[in-house]
Write a protein that binds this ligand. Structure first.
Ligand SMILES: Nc1ncnc2c1ncn2[C@@H]1O[C@H](COP(=O)(O)OP(=O)(O)OP(=O)(O)O)[C@@H](O)[C@H]1O
Ligand SMILES: N[C@@H](CCO)C(=O)O
Length: 318
């Protein structure tokens, strides 16, 4: 259940003529989202996804939607926002911000093999390169500033050992962010949440990245770390799976070679990727907001991943 704002075919009668999409034929709510209300929309010209944004504002959305359009125009496989006759891609429906984007074929690959990881790595590198000349800057809103702000609010709920882990990791990340190595890291628009459920596959063919609503400007290597921490692990222990890590990194490196500074940053970034989601999951678990996080994600998963990355050797980046 995640259709917060219902939309019927009748509601679309007066709304759709602003697009070149023909008449709406069917609309079906998508139950899996937790952030927005999503619908599969069939019109005379094809299939689309209609999204009503429940939390993101008219001011925040241009970054995400224009980034998707920018990437789609450069051959990165992402949903392309549909413009109306006035050329606008951010719309309003039932008083809330709304968008129509092209529907990706396929389904999520929740049990990826090295071939899937390689496809993700190559497309991620292509995406980073394609974002270089994107004109809008918006920081990663779940970056260091947010970690600093969120840590004190979740600390009271943690065991002594986890309090220690969280404090120590935050300090380590603050120190790393102030280092000369960090300043050398290439950066630009990143997805920042490229988990298995945000990528579509048709067999081993990657058909697209989606759910760009945590995207922002950050280091590219942080994006790689977040992705590896979800795609290339043993789900029970959080340990890295060598074959999948190698496949993803080698495919990325073949498109956009990693730098020496990124090699140095690799372990701290794997830890940063774990910290970011440990924190957001702790926050959602202990401080649930109304009508949200119907089933909160398990924070202990990312606590395990963080401990794994601190305690074990990490594979070479290249
Ligand atoms: N462009 C698209 N093409 C095909 N399917 C899509 C597309 N966008 C969204 N979906 C489908 O809708 C579901 C929910 O979308 P999405 O993940 O963007 O929602 P959300 O509210 O941000 O949810 P969450 O934050 O839980 O991932 C996806 O799991 C996917 O099945
Ligand atoms: N990917 C996030 C959820 C937000 O999209 C998580 O697994 O915690």
């Amino acid at each position: 259940m995640a259709v917060f704002t219902p939309v019927s075919l009748d509601d679309l009668t007066d709304w759709m003529p602003q697009f070149n999409l023909g008449k709406p034929l069917a609309i079906k709510g998508i139950s899996s989202g937790i952030e927005n209300t999503n619908f599969f929309l069939t019109t005379e010209t094809g299939e689309y996804v209609l999204t009503i944004f429940e939390k993101l504002t008219f001011a925040q959305l241009p970054f995400y939607l224009h980034l998707m359009r920018h990437l789609a125009e450069r051959g990165v496989l992402v949903p392309a926002p549909v413009a109306n006759h006035a050329g606008e891609i951010l719309h309003s429906l039932h008083g809330k911000p709304a968008s129509i984007v092209t529907k990706l074929e396929g389904s999520s690959q929740l049990d990826p093999r090295p071939a899937h990881c390689a496809a993700v790595g190559a497309m991620l590198a292509k995406m980073h390169l394609a974002g270089r000349d994107f004109g809008i800057r918006q920081p990663n809103l779940r970056g260091l500033d947010w970690w600093r702000m969120t840590t004190p609010t979740v600390l009271p709920y943690l065991s002594e050992s986890n309090q220690h882990l969280l404090r120590a990791e935050l300090h380590a990340q603050e120190a790393f962010a102030a280092s000369a190595t960090y300043r050398e890291l290439p950066n630009g628009p990143v997805h920042a949440d490229l988990f298995r459920n945000n990528v579509m596959f048709d067999g081993e063919r990657l058909t697209g990245f989606f759910d760009f609503y945590f995207a922002g400007c950050d280091t590219w290597i942080f994006d790689v770390a977040v992705t590896v921490n979800d795609w290339c692990i043993d789900l029970d222990t959080g340990a890295l799976d060598a074959a999948r890590v190698r496949a993803l990194l080698d495919a990325y490196h073949a498109v956009r070679p990693f730098s020496a500074a990124e090699q140095e940053a690799w372990r701290p970034m794997l830890q940063a990727g774990a910290l970011r989601f440990w924190l957001s999951r702790l926050y959602d678990f202990h401080l649930p907001r109304e009508a949200e996080m119907l089933t909160p994600h398990d924070p202990t998963h990312f606590e395990r991943i963080l401990r794994q990355r601190i305690d074990n050797p990490v594979p070479e980046l290249f």
